[in-house]
Design a protein around this ligand. Structure first.
Ligand code: AHG
Length: 340
């Protein structure tokens, strides 16, 4: 990070300085992130209008996951698609809301980057005015593969060039990694720009806080039962300390808390629907969040191995997720490995 001024710098200035500082961060990648950030500002406006904008409630459609779409899911997806169609840096994009990758319209130039996104994560929170967010991931289109085929996107998370999320909460914050640390930008609504507000975000290695949907407890497998029972046993149990619990049901908000003060986020495999290996999507949620958390010094596993080493088999693949404070993720992973 070259800037030394104490005056907050804009995302644009930050990205230009990063491009000068890192050979692996191209002008094309910089422009793509600028476009995604612009789309996030537009989504933030829609989210903040709430009932006044007529954007609450169901869209009356379903997505590829078979989930009912909210109006804001559809609006956010459309904003991201339109914003990214004409920039000239993308080969194609893929959305959690769409079955297949979206080609760039023929009238526009194309680049060699691939963008994946979950346009509005945590959408069950929209109608109750609780934080939601956008998650994105950037890959390079492999040579010799049709970039509009799912195959082009099926790369392990370790191949991501950049990842980020934007949380639409009491303020609008964009968190970004281009593989050189994690930076947070707060939207200054008066000037319409994201300003750098958090440098080198770091997840503390140890924590006393966990995030999980406890209502699924009876559906978990043995190592999960044992791990959480030990957390709940507190200072008198084998972990020797008391743990607090938080669950927003919006991964972006839960991960943002963990990036700010530490913690472990878990969405494990459960028996509710044994055909699904987890609830969260590898390509749109787990991989980008894993890159951010690892870049901030944390860890991310599927309960057994590193998330970013998983070779995806399909665009909408699901995966169990354990991420956050390094020592706690290692402890939770240890319960599973010991059990195997
Ligand atoms: P969706 O965007 O479909 O609402 O899913 C949200 C994800 C994730 O953001 C959150 O951590 C999790 O699902 C919440 O799941 P539960 O409702 O099962 O707790």
């Amino acid at each position: 990070m070259a800037a030394t001024s104490s005056k907050p710098i804009t995302l644009t200035q930050f990205l230009i300085e990063e491009q000068r500082a890192h050979e692996d961060f191209s002008a094309e990648q910089r422009l793509l992130i600028e476009v995604v950030a612009r789309a996030c500002k537009m989504i933030a406006i829609q989210v903040s209008r709430g009932a006044l904008g007529g954007v609450l409630g169901e869209a009356g459609t379903g997505n590829i996951q078979g989930e009912a779409q909210k109006k804001l899911d559809v609006i956010s997806n459309e904003i991201l698609l339109q914003a990214n169609a004409w920039g000239g840096h993308l080969a194609a994009c893929a959305s959690e809301e769409m079955a297949d990758p979206q080609p760039i319209p023929d009238v526009y130039p194309k680049g060699d980057l691939l963008l994946l996104f979950d346009p509005l994560d945590g959408s069950s929170n929209i109608d109750v005015n609780v934080s939601v967010g956008t998650i994105f991931s950037v890959l390079r289109a492999p040579k010799g593969v049709d970039p509009t085929s799912a195959e082009a996107f099926l790369q392990p998370g370790a191949m991501q060039l950049a990842a980020g999320y934007c949380v639409y909460g009491p303020n609008c914050t964009l968190v970004l990694t281009i593989g050189h640390g994690v930076y947070g930008f707060t939207l200054d609504r008066e000037i319409g720009s994201f300003l750098l507000t958090q440098r080198d975000m770091t997840v503390p290695a140890d924590t006393r806080e966990f995030a999980i949907n406890m209502s699924n407890q009876r559906h978990w497998d043995a190592p999960m039962q044992r791990y959480v029972a030990d957390l709940l046993a507190g200072a008198d149990g084998p972990r020797g300390k008391d743990f607090n619990m938080r669950w927003v049901a919006s991964m972006v908000a839960d991960v943002h808390r963990i990036l700010t003060r530490g913690g472990i986020f878990i969405y494990p495999w459960d028996r509710k629907d044994p055909s699904k290996p987890g609830k969260l999507r590898l390509m749109y949620e787990a991989n980008p969040m894993a890159m951010i958390v690892e870049q901030a010094g944390g860890a991310a596993t599927d309960g057994r191995g590193r998330i970013m080493d998983i070779q995806p088999g399909s665009l909408h693949q699901r995966v169990p997720v354990f991420l956050g404070s390094k020592n706690e993720v290692e402890a939770a992973t240890g319960y599973h490995l010991e059990h195997d």
